[in-house]
Design a protein around this ligand. Structure first.
Ligand SMILES: [Zn+2]
Length: 68
């Protein structure tokens, strides 16, 4: 099944990719969508983070890297 996503910022095409979450305390892989135009990343982890505001501190230092 192919999931088509449109970028919430620029309405560009989004690629479904595997990412590595470089958190300060934990590293883990997740799948999400990355906009090929502006680089916006949408994934379930981000949606969960929006629900838990106490993770905002951690997100400041969070780096997303495309997994090979
Ligand atoms: Zn975009």
């Amino acid at each position: 099944m192919v999931i088509k996503m449109q970028c919430p910022k620029c309405a560009g095409f989004m690629m479904y990719e595997k990412f590595m979450d470089m958190g300060e305390s934990s590293h883990f892989y997740f799948y999400g969508w990355r906009c090929i135009s502006c680089g916006t990343i949408v994934d379930s982890t981000i949606l969960i983070n929006k629900m838990y505001k106490n993770r905002q501190k951690e997100n400041k230092h969070r780096r997303l890297k495309k997994a090979c």
